[in-house]
Design a protein around this ligand. Structure first.
Ligand code: UDP
Ligand code: MG
Length: 336
């Protein structure tokens, strides 16, 4: 979290509607329980629960249908296929109407009861309130180690200061959320983007529970993709590293030329075949790495300029036609 924040006047906010946004991907064993926990935790508060079904292939849509039919506060967005966690959250945020919006995982690892603490900080004037994991139970060792590396790498590489151990569980004020939603980039890394928007940021510590049921939906592949998105959307360091390496090796090569000429003139014999092979391999390798890094960014540029919608909605429940966000892509199209 940034140490230096703009000073703001203390405000006392009152809540008209709280939106709770939760993505679900094959969460049939948790969906119902999640709904109950949220309702119990937020008793007496006027809230809506925006659930995004991220192309589930199990019984999740049927359960959500049932919940939406019995409770008008449950509003469901069905995506046309699996678009991934970050995009699913974005779809939910697009449909949220509250003046404070909470994003939370639907697997009950983020206890819904913590929302009250987040709200407290919002009432006191904070615009973005993170829930920071004080402990993480029920996670594999592998996940904990990779997560730690990831946050360390990100804080070295990137321009925004990320709160360590803050997941996506956080509350945003309408003002900050609208700024976030105006960023329509495809490679979404919401944790970085919510910090980037600024405003007044605050943190609340909580104990992360184990998953209520089911398995993590983040496969190793998805985690890698997620990290690459994070690094490339908030840092140009990898690109610059390629340049620095390139300069360094060119310099070495240039220095070597007079040395080689000198040796030739002096008539000394150069039994350097193996050395040369090694050098060529090394340089070739470095060039390939550099090209690969550039390729990662170029690929992302290509994704951005295609200007495809971030997600496609198959169906909505308890969301009227006029409440659905119109394609934000089209508004921005003119600026190109
Ligand atoms: N999720 C999703 N789409 C995906 C993967 C996950 O909507 O492609 C949802 C999932 O249903 C859960 C949340 O995102 O509510 C977090 O996923 P998960 O618990 O699998 O991630 P982890 O906690 O292991 O990082
Ligand atoms: Mg989880």
């Amino acid at each position: 979290m940034p140490d230096q924040q703009p000073t703001t006047l203390p405000v006392a906010r009152s809540l008209t509607l709280l939106s709770v946004v939760a993505p679900m991907f094959n969460e049939e064993s948790t969906a119902e329980r999640f709904y109950e926990r949220v309702c119990a935790a937020l008793e007496g508060i006027s809230f809506e629960l925006v659930v995004v079904d991220d192309g589930s292939t199990d019984g999740t849509p049927a359960i959500l249908d049932r919940l939406a039919a019995s409770d008008p506060r449950v509003r469901v967005v069905y995506l046309s296929r699996n678009f991934g966690h970050q995009t699913a959250i974005t779809a939910g945020l697009d449909h949220a109407r509250g003046d404070a919006v909470v994003m939370i995982d639907a697997d009950l690892q983020d206890p819904p009861e913590v929302i009250l603490q987040l709200l407290e900080r919002w009432r006191a004037g904070a615009d973005v309130v993170y829930a920071v994991r004080a402990s993480r139970s029920g996670e594999t060792k592998f996940k904990l180690v990779t997560a730690r590396w990831f946050y360390r790498l990100m804080s070295t590489l990137s321009d925004v200061e990320l709160a360590h151990d803050a997941g996506d569980f956080r509350l945003m004020d309408r003002r900050a959320l609208d700024s976030l939603l105006s960023m329509r980039e495809r490679n979404r890394y919401l944790r970085g983007m919510t910090v980037w928007v600024g405003f007044t940021q605050a943190a609340v510590a909580y104990e992360r529970d184990r998953r209520h049921a089911g398995e993590t939906k983040y496969t190793l592949r998805k985690m890698l993709r997620f990290s690459l998105d994070a690094v490339s959307s908030f840092s140009h360091v990898p690109l610059q590293a390629a340049t620095v390496l390139g300069f360094f090796f060119s310099l070495v090569a240039f220095l070597a030329i007079p040395v080689v000429i000198g040796l030739k003139v002096a008539g000394s014999y150069l039994p350097g075949f193996s050395t040369i092979t090694i050098v060529i391999l090394l340089l070739g390798g470095i060039q390939l790495i550099a090209v690969g890094i550039i390729g990662e960014y170029v690929g992302r540029i290509y994704d951005e300029v295609k200007r495809r919608p971030l997600y496609l909605v198959r169906e909505r429940r308890n969301i009227a036609e006029h409440e659905a966000p119109d394609e934000p892509e089209r508004e921005h199209a003119e600026t190109w």
